[in-house]
Design a binder for this molecule. Structure first.
Ligand SMILES: [Mn+2]
Length: 356
């Protein structure tokens, strides 16, 4: 098993690559979408939560990430002695009508194919995505973790309708007419995913890129009146079985799975790691289940993270683990301290397992 660190767009700097290396990581997962763009309510020093207006503005719909910039990013990561393992998440500007089944769907599908070809050509083996309408929305912040460390959670369902021009908790059209996005059904959402996978998987396979699906965060049946896709553990299997393909894989989020109201986290880890379908792991702990849960430090939530590692090891999981989110620690660098703590804990746990 390998250790990685996920970095937001504005954090993709040589200094942060060195921080990752210093904290024991060998791999980097890069968020290339700037979630914080124009989102005044979002501190750039923590994971985005945003308001009902979302995180921020989506990027330029006409600028598909080029081979040149992705290749330069990989080289910058490698210059600090690390491997760029994955890009995480599409920019809503590039695929809003794929999610919403809108008029630009076919055009955006061609752009997304170009993007995945660019990712493969740049030597980045994994692309993590989250097929979600409302995205990561409805979370609260508070001193939820040990020692009053600020963290995020949920304190009841989020039913506020999603305004026109918004998808995946970002604004892709600030000039959209008043009103809300009509609610889709679960069936329609699965049909949209099926179209997406049918189109993208052959391209991904040919390009040497694994498409890795994140489950819903938070995993409620509905958020903002819109249906969710993978909000129970068995729905991950439905996603895999929908289009069996070597490129159809999982961005396996322990925290999101543990927040689900059904299933057992250890059985889920067993089920999906035994199938060799995990591209990389989001390693994070929580207390509670939707719609009432809190993110915690890695060693204080409901999940025995060492037991999770033991199951992964038993199934010969050899991929990357990244800390996902962590609580903010009380110091000059709250985000970095939280990540260094999680990485150190993980590194020691892996070392002990390997010595067994
Ligand atoms: Mn996650």
């Amino acid at each position: 098993m390998k250790l990685g660190l996920g970095l937001y767009r504005h954090m993709l700097t040589p200094e942060n690559f060195r921080f990752a290396k210093q904290a024991g990581a060998t791999h980097v997962v890069a968020h290339y979408t700037d979630y914080f763009n124009g989102g005044a309510l979002n501190s750039r020093e923590d994971q985005p939560t945003g308001s009902q207006q979302g995180w921020g503005l989506a990027g330029d719909p006409n600028q598909v990430w080029s081979f040149e910039e992705l290749d330069a990013l990989r080289k910058a990561v490698e210059a600090e002695g690390l491997v760029l393992e994955a890009l995480e998440n599409f920019d809503p500007a590039h695929w809003h009508d794929i999610l919403l089944d809108g008029p630009k769907k076919a055009e955006q599908m061609e752009n997304v194919k170009t993007l995945i070809r660019n990712v493969g050509r740049a030597g980045i083996p994994v692309f993590g995505y989250n097929f979600s309408l409302a995205g990561v929305a409805g979370r609260t912040k508070g001193p939820y973790a040990r020692g009053g460390a600020e963290s995020v959670g949920m304190e009841g369902p989020e039913d506020t309708p999603m305004p026109n021009g918004m998808v995946w908790n970002m604004i892709y059209d600030p000039d959209a007419p008043e009103g809300n996005v009509p609610a889709a059904t679960h069936e329609e959402l699965w049909q949209r995913l099926e179209y997406f996978l049918e189109e993208i998987l052959p391209v991904a396979e040919e390009s040497g890129v694994k498409m890795a699906a994140h489950p819903d965060d938070p995993p409620c049946e509905y958020v903002r009146g819109q249906p969710r896709l993978v909000y129970q553990p068995h729905l991950y299997q439905k996603l895999l079985d929908l289009k069996p393909n070597a490129a159809n894989t999982l961005e396996f989020c322990i925290g999101s799975l543990a927040e689900m109201t059904e299933g057992d986290i250890y059985e889920s880890v067993q089920q999906y790691s035994a199938q060799k379908k995990i591209a990389y792991v989001h390693f994070r702990n929580v207390r509670g289940k939707v719609p009432n849960y809190k993110e915690t430090f890695i060693d204080e939530g409901d999940v025995d993270m060492v037991k999770v590692l033991q199951i992964l090891k038993r199934n010969q999981y050899e991929g990357v683990l990244i800390p996902d989110h962590t609580p903010q620690m009380s110091c000059e660098a709250p985000w970095h301290a939280g990540m260094a703590y999680a990485l150190g804990y993980l590194k020691a746990a892996i070392r002990l397992l390997e010595a067994e």
